[in-house]
Design a protein around this ligand. Sequence first.
Ligand SMILES: *[C@@H]1O[C@H](CO)[C@@H](O)[C@H](O)[C@H]1NC(C)=O
Ligand SMILES: *[C@@H]1O[C@H](CO)[C@@H](O)[C@H](O)[C@H]1NC(C)=O
Ligand SMILES: *[C@@H]1O[C@H](CO)[C@@H](O)[C@H](O)[C@H]1NC(C)=O
Ligand SMILES: *[C@@H]1O[C@H](CO)[C@@H](O)[C@H](O)[C@H]1NC(C)=O
Length: 175
Amino acid sequence: MLDFARCLVLCALVGSVCAACPSRCECSEAAQTVKCVSKELRSIPTGIPGYTRNLFVTGNQISRIGPESFIGLENVTTLSLSNNRISEVESQTFSRLRSLRFLDLSNNQLAVIHPEAFTIQNQSLRELNLSRALYNHSSVTDLATSLRWKNTIFSPISYQPIPIEFYHTQDSGRV
Ligand SMILES: *[C@@H]1O[C@H](CO)[C@@H](O)[C@H](O)[C@H]1NC(C)=O
Ligand SMILES: *[C@@H]1O[C@H](CO)[C@@H](O)[C@H](O)[C@H]1NC(C)=O
Ligand SMILES: *[C@@H]1O[C@H](CO)[C@@H](O)[C@H](O)[C@H]1NC(C)=O
Ligand SMILES: *[C@@H]1O[C@H](CO)[C@@H](O)[C@H](O)[C@H]1NC(C)=O
């Protein structure tokens, strides 16, 4: 609220358009980067600027993500959601992120992954980090299903085996 008031005052003084930034985030237009790190956020903040190419919402308490989490973020190429408590990835969660290339979901607790979780029209994803992201063996089955679904964000050329480490065990494996 204080930031908003300050912004209004600045706008009035300078007469320029204030670039908005969600209250618990740091935004750099020059670097096209937004960081919302360790702020105890429970959901992806709204109002992330459209210029954002690198988005870090890490070390928070986000437990689910869905298509409504990422609106107006067509320019995001790198998205890190590591170190949250994400247990569910809903259908079409990333479908609006048409430029997404690097997705980091490491250190989460993915238990439910919808078959169309990773579906997008523009198959732009190059790297998906699932280190210590999968909760149990059910999530591996879900993940395998979602990666076989049509229009999955991987282009076939870049598809490679993904090293897996479970969140709550030291097991590792490949899908
Ligand atoms: C994405 O970037 C392009 C080129 O920099 C810009 O024209 C466009 O407005 C941006 N999209 C949004 C939603 O701001
Ligand atoms: C598809 O993704 C690429 C990046 O891999 C991007 O340059 C291009 O603009 C995207 N196309 C659309 C229609 O968004
Ligand atoms: C994947 O995430 C883990 C944990 O955050 C990190 O240590 C590792 O370097 C990442 N791997 C790649 C290829 O970025
Ligand atoms: C994995 O965890 C989910 C959520 O707690 C549970 O519904 C499912 O039965 C578990 N699957 C296995 C194989 O333990």
